[in-house]
Design a protein around this ligand. Structure first.
Ligand code: HEC
Ligand code: HEC
Length: 284
């Protein structure tokens, strides 16, 4: 047992050790379309400095071919879904006969929104994700049906809203009225779940850089979400990813959009403060 596998269940230790040694994150830099510089590693935010020196995008833990797909929008399959969302942005829906564009203007007007979500929304008196804001507009301002939290229309729209903020630093507020939600997310992050008794931290803080089966473990950052996965050939939201990771510990999982996952998203997002918004990213 080495320092990376301490505290893990025997089964998990075997899984990590058996599958190989430490594999360093790539020594590589990401510039999208020869234009948008992406910060993929930077000093950890102050609230994390006891646990980590540096925070790193999951991009650095993927293979060269996968990394290359993110360098140009023509090679990033996630951008096809951004185009679909651009159509939706400009199309009227619901009883008010309005489109997003009627109120918000061009989609580029959303630049600067992704980096600060989830955030405490004063008017609503609660912490909200981007998905919650979008559904609030659909339901209460457009008179349209809510979109399914992790459904295609929703994840495409969050990809469009992320894409116009690419390169901007993630900057999630962790204090003030958001603090109790943030603390709740932190508690979930360090709680051991399931038969394997594993927390998010056991894999993504104690073991990033190690191989687990055939996978190179990253820090589990969400600056690249939504993410186009080669595995399922579609965009995946952060909550869908959380669900998969919790299920892998053989635990019952929370639902996408649940208060627990909203809090977890706020906390995990803040672990990436300082990294660039990178979504839609490409992962395997
Ligand atoms: C009838 C006008 C109206 C329509 C239509 C509308 N919105 Fe909104 N939206 C607002 C208002 C007003 C706010 C709150 C004030 C603000 O932050 O701009 C808001 C807030 C938001 C926010 C949060 C912005 C921030 O800075 O925090 C997002 C994201 C958003 N809307 C997305 C959408 C999307 C996507 C659509 C289409 C599916 C849409 N809205 C349709 C009026 C509208
Ligand atoms: C058993 C180990 C394990 C546990 C526990 C685990 N994950 Fe993961 N997670 C993985 C693996 C393997 C991947 C895919 C490789 C990678 O990106 O790290 C992954 C990927 C991710 C990603 C995608 C990162 C990216 O850049 O695409 C996120 C986000 C994530 N995990 C969050 C979480 C959260 C939050 C928890 C706790 C609820 C958690 N994980 C628990 C193993 C784990």
């Amino acid at each position: 047992m080495n320092k990376f596998t301490k505290g893990l269940g025997a089964c998990m230790t075997a899984m990590i050790v058996a599958s190989g040694a430490l594999a360093d994150p790539a020594d590589d830099t990401l510039v999208i379309n020869d234009e948008i510089e992406i910060v993929t590693r930077t000093a950890a935010p102050a609230h994390l400095s006891d646990a980590l020196d540096e925070v790193m995008s999951g991009w650095l833990f993927r293979g060269a071919e996968t990394r290359d797909m993110e360098r140009d929008d023509f090679d990033n399959a996630g951008m096809i879904f951004v185009e679909k969302a651009e159509d939706a942005w400009n199309t009227a829906d619901g009883s008010a006969g309005k489109s997003c564009a009627d109120c918000h203007g061009e989609s580029t007007e959303m630049a600067g929104v992704r980096p600060v979500y989830p955030k405490y929304v004063e008017a609503a008196g609660e912490v909200r994700t981007l998905e919650m804001q979008i559904n609030d507009c659909r339901e209460n301002r457009m008179g349209a049906e809510k979109w399914k939290y992790t459904g295609g229309d929703m994840v495409n729209m969050t990809a469009l809203i992320s894409s116009v903020s690419r390169g901007m630093p993630v900057n999630i507020t962790t204090d003030g009225p958001a603090q109790s939600t943030w603390e709740q997310g932190k508690e979930i992050y360090y709680t051991r779940f399931g038969q394997l008794e594993l927390s998010c931290a056991n894999c993504h803080e104690d073991n990033y850089g190690n191989m687990i089966r055939a996978d190179h473990l990253s820090q589990g950052q969400i600056n690249g979400f939504p993410t186009y996965r080669l595995k399922n050939a579609k965009l995946n939201s952060a909550h869908a990813r959380f669900k998969g990771c919790v299920r892998d510990t053989r635990a019952e999982t929370f639902n996408p959009g649940s208060p627990e996952f909203v809090a977890l998203e706020m906390y995990v997002g803040s672990r990436g403060n300082g990294l660039s918004v990178e979504g839609p990213s490409v992962r395997n």
